[in-house]
Design a protein around this ligand. Sequence first.
Ligand code: SF4
Length: 300
Amino acid sequence: MAGFKKSPWIIHYDASSCNGCDIETLACLTPLFDVERLGVVNTGNPKHADIFVVTGAVNEQSKSVIRNLYEQMPEPKVVVAVGACASTGGIFRQCYNICGGVDCVIPVDVYVPGCAARPEAIIDGVVRAVGVLEERHRAMAQIGDRIDQTQYLRAEKSDAPQILALQYVAYQPDAQVYGEANVPPLQQTLEELERDFERMVFVKAEVNGRLIGSARGCANRQAAELSRVMVHPYFQGRGIGHLLLTKIELAFPGVQSLQIVIGNKSEQNLRWLQRQGYQAVQTEPSTPATTTVHLHKECK
Ligand code: SF4
């Protein structure tokens, strides 16, 4: 670990464990294992953390907390599921209030087995997480250096796995606002997305073969319905969304108008679409808690 360029800062959250894995996690900080001597810092602030260590199975109450903490962590970040419960739900898997392991809410990078997971295994999991983190830092930096070489291309069905992975990351803030069950992009399966390729046009933003943005749309008589204009959170704010939107708009040259439907709580997206020339023309309730806003743009 002496070769690490940056000390890994971790944040630990107990999703609903029996405390066994928590005690072992805390044991890593005690003088016997003393991970702090290796530079591993246990921070209480997700905004400072690189590695998210979760113990215990995920229940209905811990779901939103996990998502909230994950959302606040800066990119790139790595998630470590410690113990059988955090990995799969473990012995609590069949309980009425358990939805499963951590990967039922957020993407997990490293799984540490055991019930309870031993401190040596937890430290090994953190070391692996540091490897993933460094790899991610390198990849992001390489893409960042070549961001001016971004290509905007038609996406093929073979891009579906990458698009779905991006969709899962890009829509985490919406899950925070609306609740996971109300965010269809997070519920979509690979098969459904592949089927969408039969009726929709997809475009992608790609740097050096890595997909960092996507948008889709389909023509409906004289109008085209556009949706899921998304950019990886690490690369947002660089004009990629604007170029993706332009590209997908140009994919429907014969239509008279363009339409986009979004949730009323996506205020930032709403303002951004209005800056791109879209006007809100209609609202309608979609769930008891949310309303959808229909945006419209005339084609010249
Ligand atoms: S894996 Fe075992 S020790 Fe860890 S939280 Fe689950 S039941 Fe407890």
